[in-house]
Design a protein around this ligand. Structure first.
Ligand SMILES: NC(=O)c1ccc[n+]([C@@H]2O[C@H](COP(=O)([O-])OP(=O)(O)OC[C@H]3O[C@@H](n4cnc5c(N)ncnc54)[C@H](OP(=O)(O)O)[C@@H]3O)[C@@H](O)[C@H]2O)c1
Length: 336
């Protein structure tokens, strides 16, 4: 179904929180490709031009600082005229009032209640690997955020991607960088498997979820989407696969003993040195793969393999087709 089939409909308006970030930019692009009207939420909407894809420069922007949006009423201005929200906000480090709990838990909880009141769909990006007991405050705040959505009564979806690959991501850049090093240091207990996926495909999946018209209310279990690429491997095997795209000779991998790696992660947290953190150290010790990978279902095709395609092949450029389920338009009466 497309816009032409719905003469009395208007374009869906989707607010993408964190729309200038690694994931958010791809969600914005995929929504625009599908004909949605996108509003980008940012802490500093006037200073994100260089981070946005070209097609998104003319999108409306709204200031949204999650640490200040702690009650449903606080969200009123940000949600004005909006049909759906995609929340791609996340912090790796706490700074002043920007705490994990405020950004990952309390603000999404308030947003979910505000969306419930207005009957807006809310797509919330979380992370895989949260089902293991975690001590990291970063991970616990993500768990709390998910729980708040489930309890909200809103039209929520939770999306949990595995590790992402793509241009412009801080973590993805580091992994690509490390893959070039002839000697690599990795935590000895980074034994968990990951199912890396393409960030562009995650953007497509998020756009599909935001725009999909549901004929029935899905069960709670069906509102949660664990997403991954086709291959499951440990971090070292993943880095080795990326390396093989550019080098014939494998790197020498030195294993950092668990205690030392954990200590290193705390030092990184103290110095605010990303990409490593205590949360990462905890995540790497367990599998970070979807038990039920729903990415093919959302894309309508098999996901792209990461580290297997010839170098320079780029990411999938063709948006998936979900003709009879997804429209970037809203029936006229909705929200008006
Ligand atoms: N990257 C991965 O491999 C990966 C994998 C799984 C899950 N995730 C999760 O996905 C989420 C986003 O990841 P990402 O890689 O896209 O991160 P990112 O590139 O750092 O983007 C995060 C975005 O959040 C916004 N933001 C940060 N603090 C905010 C605040 N206090 N209020 C409002 N907006 C704020 C920033 O927008 P402004 O600077 O414009 O305000 C930024 O664009 C995180 O929760 C992360 O844990 C990431």
């Amino acid at each position: 179904m497309d816009q032409a089939d719905l003469p009395h409909a208007r374009r869906a308006v989707v607010l993408v929180l964190g729309g200038s970030g690694f994931i958010g930019r791809h969600a914005v692009t995929a929504l625009l490709v599908r004909g949605a009207q996108v509003i980008i939420g940012s802490r500093q909407p006037g200073r994100i031009d260089r981070k946005l894809p070209e097609g998104a420069l003319t999108c409306l922007r709204r200031q949204a600082r999650l640490e200040e949006l702690q009650t449903p009423d606080d969200w009123a201005a940000a949600l004005e005229g909006v049909d759906a929200v995609v929340n791609c906000v996340g912090i790796l480090r706490q700074r002043g009032r920007e705490t994990y709990q405020r950004v990952h838990h309390h603000a999404p909880a308030a947003l979910a209640e505000a969306c419930r009141q207005r009957q807006l769909r809310l797509i919330h990006v979380s992370a895989l690997g949260l089902n293991h007991p975690a001590r990291s405050r970063f991970l616990r705040s993500k768990v709390d955020g998910e729980a708040a959505l489930r309890a909200s009564g809103a039209d929520w979806r939770i999306v949990r991607p595995s590790l992402l690959d793509g241009d412009g991501g801080y973590g993805a850049l580091w992994i690509r960088r490390v893959a070039h090093w002839p000697i690599q240091l990795l935590p000895a207990d980074a034994v968990g498997q990951i199912a890396a996926l393409d960030v562009g495909e995650l953007g497509e999946a998020l756009a599909h979820l935001a725009l999909r018209i549901e004929t029935t209310t899905p069960d709670d279990r069906d509102r949660e989407f664990d997403l991954g690429g086709p291959d499951q491997r440990t971090l070292s095997d993943y880095i080795a696969a990326i390396r093989r795209l550019h080098h014939d000779k494998p790197a020498r991998c030195l294993r950092v003993p668990s205690l030392l790696a954990r200590l290193g992660s705390h030092v990184c947290d103290l110095l605010h040195w990303t990409p490593f953190s205590f949360g990462h150290w905890e995540l790497l010790r367990h599998d970070n793969c979807p038990q039920r990978n729903r990415l093919p279902e959302l894309l309508g095709r098999a996901p792209r393999a990461i580290g297997a395609a010839p170098a320079g092949s780029g990411m999938a450029a063709t948006p998936s087709i979900h003709g009879d389920h997804e429209v970037a338009v809203m029936p006229a009466p909705m929200g008006e």
